[in-house]
Design a protein around this ligand. Structure first.
Ligand SMILES: [Zn+2]
Length: 292
């Protein structure tokens, strides 16, 4: 099954709702970063929530970067997203696993920590990017995105994201939803929604039962009318290249590059987002010095 995201409106515009299945892209992130269960769940939830946030607040070529630092063992988590359904991300420490909580749930709050901030930098292509920052609520990611939307974007929302990690560290399922309350929403409809959000199982459980993103939204809004507006494929994709790393080498002092030639006989650059490696030979490095 492919990963995809759907956009919908409920009851002619009382709510906007987004749902995504991100299993394959979180699996790709797990492989690229060789992450262990708690780190996989933390990064997977962050990738999934960033996809949902990006598709709900960005347009065209706009992009955003989410940085989460809660002081927990995973260290800082960084995820880039855009309006086209691609994300990339990494965390500082990918080898993190913790004892499971009740019901075999991964303790993401403990892995991420809640003593810190979540910052979202939006690049609208108009010069200075804008950064909104909020304190972390729980480090469980879904709550933190919900709080960010309410505080920084003034959009009352509900965000649910979850990842199921298999005993062999591969990703079983991953996905989530984001619901925005619009000004037309009646108190009655809001009450119904809040009640349903308490009743429904975790998204990972619904996905493991074979539910599609459409079925997840229909389950949440069971008495309300869900109209699907759009469906798009989502994927993990990094835009790094050897040329891009060469540009950052050009910025270094010439003496540093000469040292790489005489002492290391070359250089290797590793992309933090995707783990791809780029080799620079002595000849490549001499060319970089000439270009300076
Ligand atoms: Zn990369």
């Amino acid at each position: 099954m492919n990963d995809y995201l759907i956009k919908s409106i409920i009851n002619d515009g009382m709510f906007r709702a987004y749902a995504v299945r991100s299993t394959n892209l979180v699996q790709e992130a797990q492989q690229r970063h060789d992450s262990w269960s708690a780190a996989t769940a933390a990064l997977g939830r962050s990738l999934t929530a960033t996809l949902l946030l990006s598709s709900s607040v960005l347009k065209g070529d706009e992009k955003l970067t989410v940085k989460i630092n809660g002081g927990g063992p995973t260290g800082t988590i960084v995820v880039d997203g855009n309006a086209k359904g691609t994300v990339k991300g990494y965390l500082q420490h990918s080898h993190v696993s913790l004892p499971l909580k009740e019901y075999h749930h991964i303790d993401v709050g403990q892995a991420v920590g809640n003593n810190g901030v979540m910052a979202v930098t939006k690049d609208m292509g108009l010069g200075d990017p804008f950064t909104g920052q909020v304190g972390l609520v729980s480090g469980e990611i879904g709550d933190d995105f919900t709080y960010y939307l309410a505080q920084s974007e003034q959009i009352p929302s509900a965000v649910g994201v979850s990842v199921f990690v298999n005993p062999d560290e591969t990703v079983g399922v991953a996905g989530g939803f984001l619901i925005q309350v619009m000004p037309d929403a009646t108190d009655d409809a809001i009450d119904r929604l809040q009640k349903r959000l308490k009743e429904i199982p975790l998204v990972s459980e619904m996905l493991r039962n074979g539910k599609t993103p459409e079925e997840i939204l229909n389950d949440i809004f069971n008495d309300d009318e869900v109209k699907i507006l759009d469906r798009m494929d989502v994927k993990f994709e990094c835009d790094c290249s050897k040329e891009r790393f060469a540009k950052s080498l050009i910025a270094l002092p010439t003496s540093d590059i000469e040292e790489m030639i005489t002492e290391d006989h070359g250089a290797e650059a590793v992309c933090r987002f995707c783990g791809n490696k780029y080799e620079f030979s002595e000849e490549d490095l001499r060319e970089i010095i000439n270009e300076k």
